[in-house]
Design a protein around this ligand. Structure first.
Ligand code: GCO
Length: 454
């Protein structure tokens, strides 16, 4: 069948990773501004103070997006750029809001649809000092912030994602502490955060629907962990589902179902409450109603997966297959597993019945500028081909909305700093120059032919 006529080909970035301008025009600080200045927090002492400087160069970037033929650009808003303390009561930073308004105008003028993520990890520092996601007021803070964006941008922005990868900012930021704000909290507090984040998502959805000036679509962009069944047998498919959705230990905050079931199905997955024990937060029925808001698409941030098979003893569960020796992998050493773009859509659609939008997928590569001034990245072309062919197969069985490649350009890769290049556009961090990589030209062909060339 192939991709539908209205299939949306895009690229993604996130505010802290590309914007820079960290003290510009009245912006407040966020937890990444703070933590990346702590020696040892980020590899090689890198930080996002300048990064790609998209804050000043967005027009140049949109021009490149147009050259590639992108239909959408997924970006996020830096909360403290718009509300310097994070709290609307302390006032709006008009210049910061104007930046996003200008970016949206520029995109639309070039025929590119803005896909706005309200929060992609850059939490305002002043709110963090008031307890951050632990504060029971935090869903309200998020709701008020969302309202500011909706009031100002929803006359033009019609695609919204509330949160990016709660699994990461909750676990990496508050459990292992390798991401900002760098905390290592016991489970009881993590579960409080879990509750507040879910409520923040729900309130944001309600706010967007209530105040939007145009009909719009809402989703969110979780880590969508996919496992690949070893064979097409019923037993192996069940094993993959078990691995993706079953709660079988207290260590549950990375599981798909712990986030998506309450949001999409309006209930918690079986076993969650039991395994959390005393740490289970005090969810009320009213909470669950707020969290369970209608969504228009299922956002998948997916890069890699395991292959699993059923247990030989016939008990529920799964076995993870050992990877073959010398398996294909990316520069960040993630395995190349194209089949996640077939099985992910199939298994998520079966459980959640929402059309699929890949909100992130891509690879880090050892890219360099050759003597001819070009960036040749055949590995990334191969990656895109392999993954997109699987995704195309999924289009026969599941409604697909679009594909958003991560990332439009090389950028600040969190704790890995500038060591990982995920872009289809090369960023020279010394000169600030951008170069379209070969993969950008390949992606342009994919877009032009709507995937017929795959
Ligand atoms: C994530 C984030 C992105 C990353 C990308 C590559 O998925 O972790 O959304 O900000 O940069 O995924 O790791």
């Amino acid at each position: 069948m192939g991709f539908s006529k209205d299939f949306v080909w895009g690229c993604a970035t996130a505010s802290y990773q590309v914007e820079g301008g960290y003290l510009d025009d009245g912006k407040g600080l966020n937890v990444w501004d703070i933590c990346s200045h702590v020696p040892g927090f980020v590899r090689d002492g890198n930080n996002g103070d300048v990064t790609c400087d998209q804050y000043h160069k967005f027009k140049e970037d949109v021009k490149l997006m147009k050259e590639i033929g992108l239909k959408s650009y997924r970006f996020s808003v830096n909360w403290a750029r718009v509300l310097p303390t994070g709290d609307v009561k302390d006032g709006i930073n008009e210049a910061g809001l104007q930046y996003y308004s200008d970016l949206v105008d520029e995109l639309l003028a070039n025929g590119i649809e803005p896909y706005l993520t309200v929060f992609h990890w850059d939490y305002p520092n002043e709110l963090f000092k008031r307890g951050g996601w632990l504060n029971p007021e935090s869903p309200k803070w998020f709701e008020n912030y969302t309202k500011v964006l909706v009031d100002r941008l929803s006359d033009r922005v019609t695609h919204w994602m509330t949160l990016n990868e709660p699994q990461c900012f909750v676990n990496l930021g508050h459990d292992t502490g390798v991401h900002a704000p760098g905390l290592k909290l016991p489970m009881v507090y993590l579960m409080e955060i879990y509750r507040n984040v879910l409520l923040a998502h729900g309130h944001a959805c309600i706010t967007i629907r209530k105040y939007t000036k145009k009909p719009c679509e809402i989703g969110f962009a979780p880590v969508a962990g996919v496992d690949i069944p070893y064979t097409d047998s019923k037993e192996d498919i069940e094993a993959a589902k078990f691995s993706m959705f079953a709660i079988d230990s207290p260590d549950m905050l990375w599981k798909n179902s712990i986030w998506m079931d309450p949001i999409v199905l309006g209930k918690f997955p079986e076993g969650a409450k039991e395994y959390a024990g005393e740490c289970w937060p005090n969810f009320t029925d009213e909470d669950l109603k707020i969290i369970h808001q209608p969504l228009d698409f299922f956002g998948m941030n997916s890069y890699q997966g395991n292959t699993v098979k059923h247990r030989e003893d016939g008990k529920p569960g799964f076995e993870v297959l050992k990877r073959e020796d010398g398996y294909d992998h990316t520069a960040i050493r993630w395995p190349i597993t194209p089949k996640i773009l077939y099985w992910g859509p199939v298994l998520f659609y079966e459980r959640y019945k929402l059309p699929i939008l890949v909100t992130e997928n891509g690879m880090s590569n050892y890219d360099l500028v050759s003597e001819d001034g070009c960036v040749h990245d055949p590995q990334r072309i191969e990656f895109l081909k392999r993954y997109l062919r699987e995704f195309k197969k999924a289009s026969d069985v599941v409604p697909l909305k679009g594909y958003t490649q991560w990332s439009f350009m090389d950028n600040f890769e969190w704790a890995e700093g500038y060591n990982e290049r995920f872009g289809i556009v090369y960023t020279d961090y010394v000169t600030g120059n951008r170069i379209l990589k070969d993969s950008a030209k390949f992606y342009a062909e994919v877009i032009k032919t709507n995937g017929e060339n795959l």
